[in-house]
Design a protein around this ligand. Structure first.
Ligand code: NDP
Length: 244
C-alpha cells in the first residue's frame, strides 16, 4: 500500500505543485480544495495521467467538521495518512496598515491561516501513522516584517510557534513537525493586484533576482516529507532564494 499525503489547498498554486511532486515521489495524494472543484479535478487528472494516485476532497480547513471528514475520506479511500501538508492559506490582494485593517479581514486570516492549520494538525495527531510528517506553511514575511502585512504575518508567526511546540508534544510518536516559509512565489496569491513594477521590485529583493516558482517550494516539501528529511524536526525552513 502506498504512503498517503494530504495536501490542503492543492487545487492551485504551490499546493498543486506539491501534490504533483509528492505523487511523483510515490505518495498517493489527497488534493484538498475549498471551492474550486474543477481546478482540483485537473490536478488529479494530471497526476493520474503521469501514473500516480490522487483523489480530490472538498473541505474548508477553517471548519472542524470539514477537517474531520477530510481525514475520514482519505482513510476510507486510500487506507491511511502518513503526511499532512498544511498549505491552504489566504492573503487578500490589498492589505492596509494595521490601523486600517477591518474586522472581517483580520477574522478571515485568522480563521483560515491559523485556525485552519490548528484544525488539521489536531486531527493529524490522532490519525497519522508512525513515521509520519506534518509540514506547515509560514511565510518569509515573518522575517522581512514589511509594513502592511501585520495581520497576515501574525497568523504565520502563530503557525511557526505551533510547529515547534507540536514537534515536542509528539515525543515518542516518531512524527516530525516542520514549516516551510516561502518568499515571493509566482501564484495568484502573490501576483493578484500588483503592478509589473512592484512584482519586479519584490523579485529583485532576493540575491537570486527572481520570483520563486511553485516547484521550488514543492522541492523543499518533498525533502521534508521524504527519507532524507527525517532528522529535521521542529524547524522552519525559509525557501526564498536568500531574501531574508
Ligand atoms: P493560492 O491563492 O495560489 O492557492 C490557495 C489554495 O488554498 C487554493 O487551492 C485554495 O482552494 C486553497 N484554500 C483557500 N482557502 C481555503 C480553505 N479555507 N480551505 C481549504 N483550502 C483553501 O496560494 P499559494 O499557492 O500562493 O499559497 C500557498 C501557501 O503558501 C499559503 O499558505 C500562503 O500563505 C503561503 N505563501 C505563499 C507565498 C507566495 O508568494 N505565493 C509566500 C509565502 C507564503 P480553492 O482553489 O478551492 O480556492
Amino acid at each position: 500500500m502506498k504512503q498517503v499525503a494530504i495536501i490542503t489547498g492543492a487545487s492551485r498554486g504551490i499546493g498543486a505543485a506539491i501534490a504533483q511532486r509528492l505523487a511523483k515521489d510515490g505518495f498517493a495524494v489527497v488534493v484538498n480544495y475549498a471551492g474550486n472543484a474543477a481546478e482540483a479535478d485537473k490536478v488529479v487528472g494530471a497526476i493520474a495521467a503521469a501514473g500516480g494516485t490522487a483523489i480530490a476532497v472538498q473541505a474548508d480547513v477553517s471548519r472542524t467538521d470539514d477537517v474531520r471528514r477530510l481525514f475520514e475520506q482519505a482513510i476510507a479511500q486510500l487506507g491511511r495518512v502518513d503526511v499532512l501538508v498544511n498549505n491552504a492559506g489566504i492573503m487578500p490582494p490589498q492589505l492596509p496598515p494595521l490601523a486600517a485593517t477591518d474586522d472581517d479581514t483580520f477574522d478571515r486570516l485568522v480563521a483560515i491561516n491559523l485556525k485552519g492549520s490548528f484544525n488539521t494538525m489536531r486531527e493529524a495527531t490522532a490519525r497519522l501513522e508512525q513515521g509520519g510528517r506534518i509540514i506547515n506553511f509560514s511565510s518569509s514575511l515573518v522575517g522581512t516584517l514589511l509594513p502592511g502585512y501585520s495581520a497576515y504575518v501574525a497568523t504565520k508567526a502563530g503557525v511557526e510557534a505551533m510547529t515547534a511546540i507540536l514537534a515536542k508534544e509528539l515525543r515518542g510518536k516518531n512524527i516530525t513537525v516542520n514549516a516551510v516559509a516561502p518568499g515571493p512565489t509566482a501564484t495568484a496569491l502573490f501576483l493578484d493586484g500588483k503592478t509589473p513594477e512592484l512584482i519586479d521590485r519584490l523579485a529583485k529583493m532576493t540575491p537570486l533576482e527572481r520570483l520563486g516558482q511553485p516547484e521550488d517550494i514543492a522541492s523543499a516539501v518533498s525533502f521534508l516529507a521524504g527519507p532524507d528529511g527525517g532528522w529535521i524536526n521542529g524547524q522552519t525552513l525559509r525557501a526564498n532564494g536568500g531574501m531574508v
